[in-house]
Design a protein around this ligand. Structure first.
Ligand code: UN1
Length: 500
């Protein structure tokens, strides 16, 4: 499908994506896919104000009715799954199955949010005073700012937006500059859902800000935006979080990961190899949950690495929309350069680098395809402790289980983690208080590809935020504690007397 057919199928008018200063280039071959308008600071402020005005109405719409809009949006996504998935592949280079998987993730969170729209419940609490009742009420919060990255150009927005909408909030979205077309298409599908709901004006609940980091800063600074949910690098988080904190706004931060898989002597190696492969080279190593470190017991290192090398050797790297391709391109030249300088540093640190070189340069001179790298390291040096957003898997060996845990946790990031073991004690220790210090800890599955039903996010430099399932919706609402006196007297708490 060419881009014009796709955009037409997704209902985006030609003038919205064929005319403007911001180019969307496909990492597949470097071709320009479209050109979009960018927003000035003044336009961005207007959009934030429009979202706020929409919020003032929306907060009074009953939550199950809000859920109905999200249900219809999920229907639009179902209907356009193939087209939107294809667009994601064109714009950020994911293989077809992962492009479709990204849209499925959006559909899943919509389903979750629809159910949630009838479950936004608070507690009742026993009061110490006779004739009194205490309870908690959850109210809509306001405008939620969403800053998203290129690698999940639409799903990350949806984890925030689907919850925010049922919670009674409006959303202002600053998508990655590298993926404006997927954002425009998503916005269009949301508008359609509003039309199908018979409430086209509800489209104001979702506003797009297209442009550079200054628009992200505007969101971070704007007093009408009580919550900013930002996904990207730790560097981006460091720029956003203090600005939001300065005005006492709240943040949900999903920043860097440096996810490890521990393989112990009792592990099912066949299973481990398959999981490591998807986690380390899937999405060309450009997921925040990508496995970047393999911590393997010295007894099983040789057989595991042998199988892994064989698997790496048979990986098909190439055009992500061709059948059989498992590894598409890196997003751009800067990603390639960052990968090469990490590999050079690893070599200087005594690492043995296999792979990592550019491939397909003749077929795609304007694109950046690489052979995923396997790097045996003598120690967990600084380059290993740093997140490089590319398919590099550092291999470290361990002897004792405590050593594995220490290595595992000795990085600044804390997003996802996994252990392969058939030893119950090791598995449970890994999940215990003295085990993995990450927000996600898995047994016998890899680090990436989390379902939306759980809370997603991590500790330390990952930023501490949680998105999507479990009780993450609470971050998108404000909590009120209510005490109701249904007696005729006025007893004070803590036994305080204050009578005239
Ligand atoms: C990201 O890379 O920013 O768990 C999110 C996963 C996906 C989400 C990744 N569900 O890999």
């Amino acid at each position: 499908m060419n881009i014009a057919t796709l955009m037409d199928r997704l209902g985006v008018p030609a003038q919205d994506w064929q005319d403007g200063p911001l180019e969307s280039r496909s990492p597949i071959d470097g071709a320009v896919l479209g050109r979009v308008a960018v927003h000035s600071q003044a336009q961005a402020r207007e959009r934030i104000e429009a979202a706020h005005q929409a919020f003032l109405q929306w907060r009074e719409v009953p939550a199950p009715r809000r859920g109905e809009l999200v249900r219809l949006f999920g229907e639009e996504l179902r209907r356009h799954k193939e087209a939107l998935g294809h667009l994601v592949s064109l714009e950020v280079g994911k293989i077809a199955s992962e492009g479709a998987g990204e849209v499925q993730e959006m559909i899943d969170i919509c389903d979750f949010a629809v159910g949630l729209s009838r479950q936004l419940h608070g507690l009742t609490i026993a009061s110490e005073r006779p004739g009194h009742r205490m309870m908690e009420t959850w109210h809509p919060l306001g405008v939620v700012g969403v800053i998203s990255a290129f690698n999940f150009p639409v799903a990350v927005w949806s984890w925030n937006a689907a919850l925010a909408f049922v919670c009674g909030d409006a959303v202002v979205w600053k998508p990655s500059e590298k993926a404006p077309l997927a954002a425009l298409a998503t916005q269009r599908l949301f508008e359609r859902a509003c039309e199908r709901c018979g409430e086209p004006q509800w489209a104001q609940l979702s506003q797009l800000l297209i442009g550079d980091a200054h628009l992200g800063e505007l969101l971070a600074d704007h007093p009408r935006v009580p919550l900013v949910s930002a996904t990207g690098s730790t560097r981006m988080g460091r720029a956003v979080a203090p600005r939001v904190a300065q005005r006492f706004g709240r943040c949900i931060l999903e920043l860097g990961g440096n996810n490890a898989i521990v393989v112990t002597p009792s592990a099912d190696l066949e299973l481990a190899v398959r999981a490591i492969l998807f986690a380390a080279v899937g999405t060309a190593g450009q997921r925040c949950t990508t496995a970047r470190r393999l911590i393997v017991h010295e007894e099983v290192a040789a057989p595991l690495l042998e199988r892994l090398r064989r698997a790496y050797a048979s990986l098909r790297i190439g055009h992500p929309l061709e059948a059989g391709t498992l590894v598409g391109p890196l997003i751009d030249r800067a990603a390639f350069d960052a990968m090469q300088s990490a590999l050079e540093q690893a070599r200087r640190d005594g690492g043995r680098v296999e792979g990592g070189e550019r491939v397909l340069a003749e077929r795609f001179p304007e694109a950046w395809y690489v052979r995923p790298a396997l790097v045996e390291m003598p120690a967990q040096t600084d380059v290993v402790r740093h997140e490089t957003f590319a398919p590099i898997l550092y291999v470290l060996r361990y002897r004792g289980f405590d050593e594995a845990l220490a290595l595992h946790n000795d990085v600044p990031q804390g997003l996802s983690s996994a252990i392969f073991t058939n030893d119950l004690r090791e598995a449970e220790t890994f999940l215990s208080a003295r085990g993995s210090d990450c927000g996600i800890a898995n047994v016998n599955i890899g680090t990436s590809g989390a379902e939306i039903g759980g809370a997603f996010g991590g500790e330390k430099e990952t930023g501490g935020g949680r998105e999507s399932g479990s009780d993450c919706w609470k971050a998108y609402m404000r909590r009120a504690t209510n005490t109701v006196n249904y007696s005729g007297s006025l007893p004070l708490a803590q036994g305080v007397k204050f009578d005239l």
